[in-house]
Ligand binder design. Sequence first.
Ligand code: ADP
Length: 829
Amino acid sequence: MTPFHLHDDIPPWEDLSEELLDAIQSQTEWLYHVPNSDPDKDGLLTLPAIVLPDTIILPQLLGPLMLSGEENAAAARAAAEAGTTVAVFILQDLEKENPTWGDVFPIGVEAAVAPPYTMPNDAYAALLHGRRRVELVNILQTQPYPIVQVRPLAETQPDDEESRALRQLALSTMEQFVELNEAVPEEVYLYALNTDSLGWLADTMVMALSPTHEQLMAFLSTTDPKQRLSAALKHMQEALARLELEDEIHSRVQNEMDRNQREAYLREQMRAIQSELGEGDFWTQEINELRQRVEKANLPDEPKARALKEIGRLSQLPPMAPEVGILRTYIEWILDLPWTEETEDNLDLAHAAQVLEEHHYGLPKAKERILEYIAVRTLKPKRPRQPILCFVGAPGTGKTSLGKSIAEALGRKFVRVSLGGVRDEAEIRGHRRTYIGALPGRILQTMKRAGTINPVFMLDEIDKLGNDFRGDPSAALLEVLDPEQNYAFSDHYLEIPYDLSKVMFITTANTLATIPPALLDRMEVIEFPGYVEEEKLLIARRFLIPRQMEESGLEPEEIHFTDAALQRIVREYTNEAGVRNLEREIGRVCRKIARLKAEGKRFPKRITAKSVARFLGPPLYFDMETEKEDEVGVATGLAWTVTGGEVMPVEVLLMEGKGNLRITGQIGEVMQESAQAALSYLRAHCDEFGVDAERFENTDIHIHVPEGAVPKDGPSAGVTMAIALISAFTQRPVRHEVAMTGEITLRGKVLPVGGVREKVLAAHRHGIKTVILPEQNQKDLAEVPKSALQALRIIPVQRLDEVIKVALLPRPAAAENKAAAEVTPTPDS
Ligand code: ADP
């Protein structure tokens, strides 16, 4: 049988010196030869006794024990000298102070003992070799060392199927246990493997398990080997399960560490490959470059600190990490936005006036206001709280180009952004970076384009801002425009306050009606009224034609547009308050000529009214010229649309029926109500007009407003509908050269309307001679160009009777009978 060797690395004996170890080695041999003591005739052994609190040497095991106390050392010495064995016991209760023999656990072990040696701390230690379990019977002496009588406990050696299976299981469990438990030397397992006694195997296992005091007492007192082995196995399996769990945790941690190490290794390799390829350590290089850019950029403290912090985060990431792109974009944004770059304002008023005059015809109010604005800046250079200008007018009336001229006059950058259809606050203020693909909002995107912190910034189409569940963009816009707040504008993406206070904001809109009131409140409105034909011709000559010729590559003065040609373009190819389409059509003519020139063909030097049709194809608009004759049931109204004024014929048709009213054409609710009001007025006054009240019961009325493409609404067609109705019922023709506008009340009063300037200009364009206007609108005529007013007869009215007097002709005699025939049912129908 291979003995359980004591060797160098038995752990609890850290204090053992080399010499001691040698001594122990030599003693080991000797110990094995000490014979077991012989029992007397009563089967008892009389032995010196050693009592230790909680350690013992189990049978068949060899090991050193610390012998506390002089008595123990003396007992060991006596036995060693006599070459006999000792009895070793433990205490029953470790808590007990000053234990006596009554406190000793009655089952102990007989063991051979080598002469004890003194430890450096004056304690004693001795090597022991366990032999067999003994039971305490008698204490014969206690001083100078205890001598006791003990009875050896016999142990069976079962060899049945069950024991063999148990042994196998115990060994395989122990094998795993030893493998996993680093504190137990592998020799313990080898020793166990060579033990055929179940009891010894059990004891070996128990010692490998470092049992608790309780367990030790239980094991000592279990003399049945099978029982003991079963118990030891159970403990070992539990210990093994714990070890396996620890091992699993350990290996998980290890795996994690391994993976990190592997990545680090691979990254190192990648660097090596890159430097081999001459790319250097591109990532570190990139990070460094980025850092240098931030250091060099003229950033204020906050964005700078933020950028450096994000670069710090970036440098922690491997170059291929998904966050890299997001972080980089963010840092680039900080770098690309203007933070301090500023252009110096040119506050020379004469220069500004000159620039505005050079680029724009007319627009006196707007120009004047802008010069005032610049003047205030000169006097109060430090952040003047000037109102935001809002340019309102139809498309093509020069709002944008005037904005550009302001920028030019001041020597500032010009940028614009359209707000048309913006419904989401995030479009103004950006998305938080947690969104995939998040970017700053339109304001900061445009600031980036501007590249300076003080551009002229045009916010187009604020009348077309939407709002819905995604948040109200006008609230964000308020913050942009409010000088109290916009020095620290917060964009969700950027997260750092951004100073917009030096920006000169100008907003534009086609109509005031749909601008959110809170916004309108902050702004000073400058109206851009449409142009009359003469103005358009002037603008075309001075600005549009030279520009379009140049853009088409034609020499200045190479071609000449006659007045008639321009007039034709204005009347038949455009229908607008501004000059945008006019410019486009002029451009088309220029390009056609440029092509002829480029092909080496002959081209006309003079563009006449006739050649216009050749170049531009058939006309797009026919003069509505209204009716060429005075007719019954048709009146000419004047309407306002976003593109300017329009003439709007209203037709009324009467049919035999049940008194229904039908209204068609692209008309809104308010206009339907005006029609009802007009009809009610007529019914209430039918006597005055000589209309039989019964006719309303058996006549269906159809009101139609042609030119349906443009939706129309508003109450201003009231007068026109009333006149058309009265004309239809009375058969009095409407004078064809009269146009009218005005709201009516049920009692026939004519109320003022909006858009007078555009309406009057439209009437003028369409060759109308007389315009009937609500009296209260007379003040608006100041805005109508003189040339138009001179060509028109304007008739201010307060009541519908006045309109009737001007607009309706007397009933022709021939119509009398016809009218009667029309509505009087024939007897057999
Ligand atoms: P808006 O912004 O009001 O829609 P734009 O400023 O784009 O109009 O004007 C359209 C074109 O008409 C531009 O080329 C502009 O130069 C020209 N234009 C408009 N009004 C004038 C004007 N009063 N004088 C000179 N050119 C003008």
